[in-house]
Design a protein around this ligand. Structure first.
Ligand SMILES: [Zn+2]
Length: 356
């Protein structure tokens, strides 16, 4: 058996003196051999026969050695990293050449390199570590995503999602409504909910409404004044909310009002309302229809005693049959609501040609 000694300068291990220490031949590929030789500072061996020179196992991370104790093998792409001599000063040319080789070599995905903390490793070598490469790639992906988010391609939907995330619910609704209105031009289509908000705002404070008109898309005051509140045979919650907003802004004397119940004779006729899916013209009290033709309409109106205002708040359609209980229940409910709203009701009474 020919005597072979470790090529690392200062290492005295040979197959004769330390038979238990495994020796590994230099890699036969030129690129890999160049890296080994650079790491062990023996670049002059590059053109020698690779199998004539060996590096002992003491210079490899134990994790890169596999096989049985009698027959150890190196994992692919392992490089010497332990107990290496201090680096000699090198001429620049060799360094660039090796750097090029290293870069070429690093392009293989499974380039495994473990370097001990104290080992003499050139700075450029660490930048090609797979972990560093991975972080760099992740950074690139993050930068791309950031660019995408901050660029102008923010869609209306994304904006709405952001509104929901960062604003309170009512404010988000208003802002979202603005984006829908902004592109309609003159014939703005206000949703019922938005109209309700505008009316409430207007009645709460006309000055505030005027101020906000400059910033928000709001129907103008004359449009609002024309907008009649929908009344029905049931107690209308929408109407009550609006009324509350208005009443909150009234003086005490303006709140004093009378409730007037007026009956009007109707010409009996029936028609089918497609939108409501309902036959109109039957007796109807507090939302309940009876199969009797309506002959009269009973309208409930509130009217300011000291202030000049009035507001219809509900109606009932009545036929021949006597259902005074239903009617008085319904009017009682209306009165309760009006008191809740904050009105000062003084004279509930009836007017008109008939008593009910
Ligand atoms: Zn050695």
């Amino acid at each position: 058996m020919a005597k072979k000694g470790c090529s690392v300068l200062g290492c005295k291990n040979t197959n004769v003196t330390e038979p238990k220490v495994s020796l590994f031949s230099l890699p036969s590929e030129d690129d890999r051999r160049a890296i080994w030789l650079h790491l062990i500072s023996r670049e002059e061996l590059q053109d020698k026969h690779a199998h004539s020179y060996v590096v002992c196992e003491e210079h490899f991370d134990p994790a890169s050695i596999q096989g049985t104790p009698g027959r150890k093998r190196l994992r692919r792409f392992s490089v010497p990293s332990l107990k290496l001599p201090p680096r000699r000063s090198e001429d620049k040319q060799t360094q660039t050449e090796i750097k090029e080789n290293l870069n070429k070599f690093a392009q293989t995905d499974f380039f495994v390199l473990k370097i001990e903390k104290g080992a003499q490793t050139a700075n450029f070598l660490t930048t090609t570590l797979p972990a560093v490469q991975k972080v760099k790639e992740e950074l690139m992906v993050c930068k791309k995503q950031l660019k995408l988010v901050t660029s102008s391609c923010l869609t209306k939907n994304t904006f709405h999602v952001l509104c929901d995330k960062f604003l309170t619910k009512p404010l988000a609704e208003i802002v979202k409504a603005q984006t829908k209105l902004k592109f309609h031009g003159k014939g703005n289509r206000y949703s019922a909910k938005y109209k309700q908000f505008c009316i409430n705002l207007y009645y709460t404070s006309p000055q505030a409404y005027k101020l906000l008109e400059q910033a928000l898309c709001l129907p103008n005051a004359t449009t609002l004044a024309r907008h009649s509140l929908p009344i029905s045979t049931e107690v209308n919650e929408h109407l009550m909310t609006t009324l509350k907003a208005k009443v909150n802004n009234m003086t005490n004397s303006e709140k004093v009002c009378s409730v007037v119940v007026d009956a009007i004779n109707l010409k009996t006729s029936l028609f089918y309302n497609i939108n409501m899916d309902k036959i109109i013209g039957l007796q109807e009290v507090n939302g309940l229809q009876s199969p009797v033709l309506a002959k009269k309409a009973l309208v409930v109106i509130i009217r300011g005693i000291f202030g000049n205002w009035q507001q219809p708040i509900g109606f009932a359609l009545l036929g021949e049959s006597k259902n005074s209980d239903d009617i008085s229940n319904w009017i009682e409910q209306l009165l309760e609501k009006l008191i809740d709203v904050g009105l000062d009701i003084r004279t509930p009474g009836a007017r008109g040609d008939d008593s009910c």
